[in-house]
Design a binder for this molecule. Structure first.
Ligand code: PBG
Length: 436
């Protein structure tokens, strides 16, 4: 791994002026992914690898601005100053002119002027409270049985990736820029969908097969899996649906436990129940432990809201509920306190990571959980959030890259440790100083 070292005395570049990727780079506490924004920075190699791609810029040469040395010794210089022969420094620069017509007013008697701390790029970088790095990203990837990568209409730039080829290429690209965590979402053939979603725990199914392939090719990556029945359910619900439309809780949890164990057996590092059934975290923990998977983490979708922002995802997986909605298990977007009920359950049942979903419209929930739990927090910037930013960018209504980076930074500021985002690769490239 190469580290970037800043030459503190050098001037800052113009690129730091605007609200661009550089604004979001980690400050000196986290050097790993700082692309060099600075002509006088150098990179030095250190032991670990692989290194993310970065710009390596040459050391600047002395320029004509550098004062010419006089050839006097230190002692001669000191003696000259002591004798009153003080060398000339540049004159104080004139006060810059205000435009004609600017009112002449006495200074406001302010003891505090917060703008002082924002005066220069160096000061702003020094006082930046939140940082973001590719290590914070989890990249959600859609997979299917096919050989081709099929574009997803409602999510420009996202594909249903062929599990054997396209997926591996995408993971390699992500790793190149420091994204080592992925979460898999399968598009299951209709013929394999049933009311009880049994394909979910088929050990030879698409997800377990893909996990084994990935672990073989990239042993170092962290694989998250989704635990829920909806991609496998002929009803498109996260649980088993009774005749009268009720989603059956405990029976669904039984299936989810089998699904989680099948994923763990294939090599999943983190299983992520997104179904919102009661008691599933504890039951999955027991099932994993009984099967010898004490080391597998559970990331619980703790506060998952019944949101319209999931629309593009359901198109991607063709997983729309065949009838009704998900309001008897996903949370009411109007509710804030209720998130803490879920937090207490998940904590006591042994969750390792608590997830909030969607992301940006739910920053208050992230902050509430951050302030009330010591566990790591994940935020899911969901498909609808992604597609809105993409669409706004394509229509030239917003600057896609800046809005992307700002939205991710804001999720971190609210308290998220990790972010599941379809922008993971694009944002990581941006943080590494690469443009597409
Ligand atoms: C379902 C699941 C959903 C998402 C992740 N897992 C959709 C849903 O609950 O209907 C949505 C993710 C997104 O919109 O990006 N278990």
């Amino acid at each position: 791994m190469a580290s970037t070292i800043f030459n503190a005395s050098s001037s800052l570049p113009a690129t730091l002026k605007g609200l661009d990727c550089n604004t979001y780079k980690p400050t000196l506490g986290n050097l790993r992914f700082i692309a060099s924004p600075n002509k006088k920075s150098i990179t030095v190699p250190s032991s670990s690898s692989p290194a993310p791609k970065r710009r390596v810029l040459p050391l600047a040469k002395a320029t004509s601005d550098v004062p010419v040395k006089t050839g006097l010794s230190d002692a001669e210089c000191e003696a000259a100053v002591a004798a009153g022969n003080v060398p000339e420094a540049p004159p104080v620069p004139p006060t810059p002119l205000a435009p004609a017509g600017t009112p002449v007013v006495p200074s406001l008697p302010l003891s505090r002027r917060p703008r002082r701390n924002r005066r220069s790029p160096a000061l702003r970088a020094a006082f930046q409270e939140t940082s973001i790095s590719p290590a914070n990203f989890v990249y959600p990837l859609f997979i299917h049985e096919g050989e081709e990568d099929t574009p997803i209409g409602a999510m420009p730039g996202c594909y249903r990736l062929g599990w054997r080829h396209g997926l591996l290429e995408e993971v390699a690209k992500a790793r190149d820029v420091g994204v080592n965590s992925i979460v898999l979402f399968p598009k299951v053939p209709d013929a394999l969908k049933t009311p009880t979603g049994d394909e979910a725990y088929n050990e030879h199914g698409l997800v377990p097969r893909t996990i084994r392939l990935l672990k073989d090719k990239f042993p170092g990556i962290v694989i998250y899996t989704d635990v829920a029945l909806d991609p496998y359910s002929s009803d498109g619900h996260d649980g088993i649906v009774r005749e009268d439309g009720v989603i059956m809780n405990d029976e669904t949890v039984h299936q989810l436990c089998k699904q989680a164990v099948a994923q763990a057996r294939a090599g999943a590092d983190v299983v992520s129940p997104s179904d919102m059934m009661d008691g599933r975290v504890g039951a999955i923990r027991d099932a994993l432990d009984d099967a010898g998977f004490q080391h597998v983490l559970i990331m619980s979708y703790t506060a998952k809201y019944a949101s319209s922002f999931y629309g593009p995802f359901r198109e991607a997986l063709d997983s729309n509920p065949r009838f009704g909605d998900k309001k008897t298990y996903q949370m009411n977007p109007a509710n804030y306190r209720e998130a803490m009920v879920e937090v207490h359950e998940d904590e006591s049942e042994g969750a390792d990571i608590l997830l909030v979903k969607p992301g940006l419209p739910y920053l208050d929930i992230i902050r509430q959980i951050r302030d009330n739990s010591a566990l790591p927090i994940a935020a899911y910037q969901v498909s609808g959030e992604y597609s809105m930013i993409k669409a706004g960018g394509m229509l030239k209504m917003i600057d896609e890259e800046k809005v992307m980076m700002e939205s991710l930074l804001c999720l971190r500021r609210a308290g998220a440790d990790i972010i599941l985002t379809y922008f993971a690769l694009q944002a990581a490239r941006c943080l590494c100083g690469e443009k597409r």
